[in-house]
Ligand binder design. Structure first.
Ligand SMILES: Nc1ncnc2c1ncn2[C@@H]1O[C@H](COP(=O)(O)OP(=O)(O)OP(=O)(O)O)[C@@H](O)[C@H]1O
Ligand SMILES: [Mg+2]
Length: 255
């Protein structure tokens, strides 16, 4: 099953004396939604930054659809079909919200069907609708709350129509009701539900989240990291029962 979609082997990354990612290896198929969890500082964000080539590993291999990731430019990663949201949001604050999403719609990948400005605007609107902030399209991004900034971040990633979507704490700052809506949108996107002009084929996803109850509803598989090392990998319901996961992350209360 899609073994060659994403393959990571022997990945290591240190910052000074700290091993943030320690011999991490896993592969995922084209049809998977993978949760990546673990305590603060476990190395989750670092792994996403390695997959998107924002960071270079000290050693190890990452292949996406058989192509090497290490050493590529970040724009090249987008063209390959990988998009990522950031834990710390970085919008164009002085631009209207819709312009923030029109920029990724103008990427060579998203423009491959020869579309132009009206279509790009319509597509950006679809991405805002996906993220639930289309009613604010003309406001400046600087006016958004933390939760809405998070939704803008998701809209920007989705606008490039990725085949692999990496989400770093997409529920951060959202209320329970907003989290629910976002989770439903993600599930629908993965299942190939169309959002207007976006996506006929839903992307694979890696979702980093601390809100486990919500995460469990949308992932097929969970990888648990602790001090940069994978300590569990399997079905969500089974992983959360493993003693080492409880010890390192969940505590006796469970999720
Ligand atoms: N650019 C950097 N320079 C120095 N240390 C870093 C850098 N980025 C991450 N680290 C350190 O690497 C470790 C892993 O960080 P990372 O951000 O990957 O954790 P995380 O699992 O995403 O945590 P959180 O749940 O808090 O977001 C932490 O100890 C962090 O302080
Ligand atoms: Mg993080």
């Amino acid at each position: 099953m899609g073994q060659s979609f994403l393959e990571i082997e022997g990945l290591n990354k240190g910052f000074g004396g700290l091993r943030a990612v320690n011999n991490v290896g896993f592969s995922m198929g084209r049809d998977e939604v993978l949760g990546l969890i673990g305590p603060n500082g476990a190395g989750k964000t670092t792994i996403l930054r390695l997959i998107t080539a924002i960071l270079k590993p000290d050693s190890g291999r990452i292949r996406f659809k058989g192509k090497k990731i290490v050493g590529r430019k970040t724009w090249d990663i987008v063209n390959l079909g990988i998009a990522c949201t950031f834990q710390n949001m970085r919008p164009f604050r002085r631009l209207p919200i819709i312009a923030n999403v029109m920029v990724p719609c103008l990427s060579p990948r998203a423009m491959k069907r020869g579309e132009w400005v009206k279509k790009v605007e319509a597509k950006a609107m679809d991405a805002l609708e996906f993220a639930g902030i289309s009613d604010m399209a003309l406001e400046k991004a600087s006016t958004l709350s933390q939760g809405d900034l998070k939704r803008l971040e998701v809209a920007r990633a989705v606008a490039t129509e990725p085949e692999l979507l990496l989400l770093d704490e997409p529920f951060g700052g959202l209320s329970p009701a907003e989290t629910d809506l976002m989770a439903k949108s993600m599930h629908r996107l993965h299942k190939g539900g169309r959002f207007g002009r976006l996506h006929s084929e839903g992307p694979a996803m890696i979702i980093v989240e601390h809100k486990l109850q919500q995460l469990m509803k949308i992932v097929d598989r969970i990888i648990v990291l602790n001090f940069g090392t994978i300590i569990a990998d399997g079905k969500p319901q089974e992983v959360v029962k493993q003693p080492e996961v409880i010890r390192a992350y969940l505590g006796e209360g469970g999720i």
